[in-house]
Design a protein around this ligand. Structure first.
Ligand code: ZN
Length: 416
């Protein structure tokens, strides 16, 4: 399989480390000089940017958390003036303050290239027709697939979240060769293909590129068998770039992290102490080239392990295990992130609702495909007239839909 950027993707580990330390020193200096938050953190820790001389020195730098990003909303984490920012993105569904991530023109160019690296690595060429079935309204990464596919010269069909029969019609008529979507939407399309008794061999699909939610190996097998594809995982972090931090290669022994742009570490989520290669822990990333929104030792909440031994594909970039667990209580429903803290926040704003609630995701193929929220309600609602109860339930549903962009079922329960 071709490699998009062999000079970095197959660079020797020693040379890669030299490149990383050079870039790390630059990003640390820029963050210290331009972001008050980092300057304060460094000063409090008695640390100067000059103290970061080797990759081991990275451990001296304090962690950055999602709370830090929220506390510095909107522009406190930006390292460049706004005139240099060309894109502002805000992930939905976060509790507390929102966060906003800025990108310079160069940041977007790098991002476009990283997703293209994944695509080229799994065999996508200018002859392919890529059906992008991500929600363009809710998932900010959707547009990235367009731009990266166009960079390769492939044709893009942004089919978004059109109903399954429309997706299948597009696959048949346009002869799409690549499907990219959340794995749960791919399963939904697959079920429709099966229900209609369509032979997947009559479709032109050969590759699936799926991400934005955890999906077990069993889902991979199901999709491969029933859609006649080879399915690959792509990984991102919404506070950095999503997708494009890492991606699978044909060997499918983990996802190669683009280490020329991100420096990965694995830590014990409880103690913050470093873990060795191969040990599971929380993934911490430091951006090495990001201009607008540099993050030093950002805690992703994703649990994984790293493997540096050579890969069959020829890449020397470190591999991370597929992410199936998190350190927080966030759950993913059809690729939409639901933070329990946000549920608490929604309920706090509605009189007679909460404070208690239970999240009951319905699982299909090992992925959450529907969410029911059992909400504690005041006795006057539960014992009141039926219309009042229904109206209350609908108000809750609407509030959840606004908060998450997701339709949930609401059941009322007694306060305990
Ligand atoms: Zn590989």
């Amino acid at each position: 399989m071709p490699i998009f950027k062999p000079d970095v993707e197959t660079l020797g580990r020693k040379n890669l480390r030299e490149l990383q330390i050079e870039k790390l020193q630059i990003v640390v200096n820029q963050a210290y000089a331009n972001v008050d938050f980092y300057r304060r953190k460094f000063d409090e820790a008695g640390l100067s940017p000059d103290d970061v001389k080797s990759l081991d020195d990275l451990r001296k730098i304090p962690f950055t958390t999602r709370k830090d990003l929220m506390d510095n909303y909107p522009y406190g984490m930006f390292a460049v003036p706004l005139r240099d920012v060309v894109r502002l993105q805000f992930p939905l569904g976060l509790h507390g303050n929102p966060i906003v991530i800025g990108y310079t023109r160069e940041d977007l160019k790098i991002w476009r290239e990283l997703v293209a690296r994944v695509m080229v690595g799994i065999g996508v060429t200018e002859h392919d027709i890529i059906q992008v079935a991500f929600n363009y309204g809710l998932f900010m990464g959707a547009i990235r697939f367009n731009q990266s596919a166009e960079l390769i010269g492939a044709a893009v069909v942004p089919s978004s979240i059109a109903p399954a029969d429309v997706q299948i019609r597009i696959m048949q008529d346009f002869r799409s060769t690549v499907l990219t979507s959340t794995p749960s939407f791919a399963v939904h399309i697959m079920e429709n293909v099966m229900r209609r008794g369509l032979d997947p061999k009559t479709l032109s699909l050969k590759t699936g590129l799926f991400g934005a939610e955890p999906w077990p190996e069993s889902v991979r097998r199901t999709l491969e068998e029933n859609l006649g594809i080879r399915a690959y995982d792509i990984y991102g972090v919404m506070e950095l770039i999503e997708p494009g931090v890492a991606g699978e290669c044909p060997a499918r022994k983990g996802l190669h992290i683009f280490e020329d742009h991100f420096l990965p570490e694995i830590i014990d989520p409880q103690t913050g102490g470093g873990k060795s290669e191969g040990e599971e822990g929380e993934l911490v990333l430091t951006t090495l080239t990001t201009g607008a929104y540099p993050l030093l030792r950002y805690r992703t909440s994703d649990m994984t392990a790293l493997h540096a031994e050579p890969c069959d594909c020829g890449r020397t970039l470190i591999r991370m295990d597929r992410v199936l667990r998190r350190t927080d209580q966030m759950i993913s429903v059809r690729g939409i992130n639901v933070f329990p803290e946000k549920v608490t926040e929604v309920l706090a704003a509605i009189p007679d609702a909460g404070p208690g609630y239970v999240l009951l995701p319905r699982t299909k193929y090992g992925m959450n495909d529907q969410l029911t929220v059992q909400v504690e309600a005041a006795a006057r609602i539960l014992e009141g007239r039926e219309e009042q109860r229904t109206g209350f339930q609908e108000a809750l549903q609407l509030a959840f839909r606004r908060a998450f962009g997701l339709r949930v079922d609401v059941e009322l329960i007694k306060r305990v």
